[in-house]
Design a protein around this ligand. Structure first.
Ligand code: SF4
Length: 383
């Protein structure tokens, strides 16, 4: 069981972050925010995928203004991502944003930071201090010989102090670099000196393949050490893939799961069925499922059931015969072409029996703010 480091708890809308709360999965839209219809459509797809909190870019007044109209048509909290112009942060808060993501270093000086902080305080919304290795202050670059983990931590602490001096404590922090080792080192150092909740991510992680590996390594390493209170996997892809990846990382560490776990064998010379195609069909058919079931899709009847004996239910096939097995034991055989159909029927039966109860996040949310769509099982060690 992973022992998570205890942090202060903040709330973004109805979603608690830190303090042992379940780890929310975040993503960011890539539609023009002022295009309300397109942004709402994308957020609804993110909600369906299990996104807990969504961030939208606020590059201008029209985008800030659109937040109100967007929020009226979605269920999850919205964070406004603002750079350079403090007036946009204020406009976004007024429009209904549930949180602000700013880099106080580029918002135009302490007077403007103060205005943003006062606004956040008035609206009761938190601020994420987002330090990015690519935009570190010049004096810190000189002092720390480049965008080192030490420099990133110094930048974060400087901004935290700025907000704390204004008696504002509703803060979370992210420290993103595009390489894994620097990201991990920076978060480790910061975690050792602060109890603020941390938002994990590896920025500009890259295309699907490299981005997944970098994020799994970076975010996964930190989570395995108990560091991190929320996460976003950054991918140059449909943001829905980011959410899926976030859940995969959490599930791989047994921290939080949403829906079934599908395991499959890697295939070998004994495989006589189109296992890749079958797994894809099963995965697609179960996208909306929330049942915490372990499902195995195996390439041969001889070894498959035994190799996947931990699975609640599974199929294996070869030489014209399909087999349905439960906990490693074959319970019936049927023609191979019915593999997917038989499995899905069995899963539907199991789902009925194992409907997950309300998850830990909802129970932690305030009655007024229960807008999260989380309904999945949350493992005990997640809080
Ligand atoms: Fe090979 Fe069968 Fe094992 Fe799959 S389950 S890897 S086909 S032996």
């Amino acid at each position: 069981m992973i022992q998570r480091r205890m942090t202060r708890q903040i709330r973004v809308g109805g979603v608690p972050i830190g303090g042992g709360a379940p780890i929310p999965v975040q993503s960011m839209t890539n539609t023009p925010t002022q295009d309300v219809s397109a942004t709402v459509a994308q957020i609804r797809r993110l909600e369906e995928a299990g996104c807990d909190i969504v961030r939208v870019a606020v590059p201008d007044a029209a985008a800030a203004q659109a937040i109100g109209a967007i929020k009226a048509r979605i269920r999850i909290p919205v964070i406004a991502d603002v750079h350079f112009d403090h007036r946009l942060a204020i406009a976004a808060a007024r429009s209904g944003a549930d949180g602000l993501r700013i880099n106080p270093g580029n918002i135009g000086g302490s007077k403007k930071v103060k205005e943003v902080v006062e606004c956040a305080r008035n609206y009761g919304i938190p601020i994420r201090i987002g330090v990015n290795s690519g935009s570190l202050e010049k004096d810190l670059l000189n002092k720390y010989n480049g965008a080192t983990p030490e420099g990133m931590v110094a930048s974060a602490l400087r901004h935290v102090e700025l907000l704390r001096a204004l008696d504002f404590h509703d803060i979370k922090v992210s420290l993103k670099a595009s390489d894994v080792r620097r990201t991990v080192a920076a978060y480790r150092q910061l975690s050792a000196v602060t109890d603020l909740p941390l938002h994990l991510g590896v920025t500009e992680a890259g295309t699907l393949f490299s981005g997944l590996i970098k994020s799994a390594l970076g975010i996964g390493t930190l989570l395995a050490e108990g560091i991190g209170d929320t996460l976003r996997v950054s991918l140059t892809r449909d943001p829905v893939e980011e959410v899926r990846a976030g859940y995969e990382i959490l599930a791989a560490l047994d921290i939080r799961r949403r829906g079934p776990e599908i395991i499959a064998c890697p295939t070998c010379g004994r495989t006589r069925i189109d296992l890749f195609g079958i797994v894809e069909q099963v995965e697609k058919a179960l996208t909306a499922s929330r049942a915490p079931i372990k499902i195995a899709v195996m390439g041969c009847v001889v070894n498959g059931p035994g190799e996947a004996r931990e699975a609640d239910i599974g199929i294996a096939g070869g030489d014209g015969i399909g087999a349905l097995f439960r906990k490693g034991k074959v319970i019936r055989t049927f023609p191979e072409e019915q593999l997917v159909e038989v499995l899905l029927k069995e899963v539907a039966k199991l789902e009925k029996r194992r409907r997950p109860k309300a998850d830990g996040l909802k129970s932690g949310a305030s009655a007024a703010g229960r807008r999260s769509t989380l309904t999945e099982r949350t493992f005990k060690n997640n809080g």
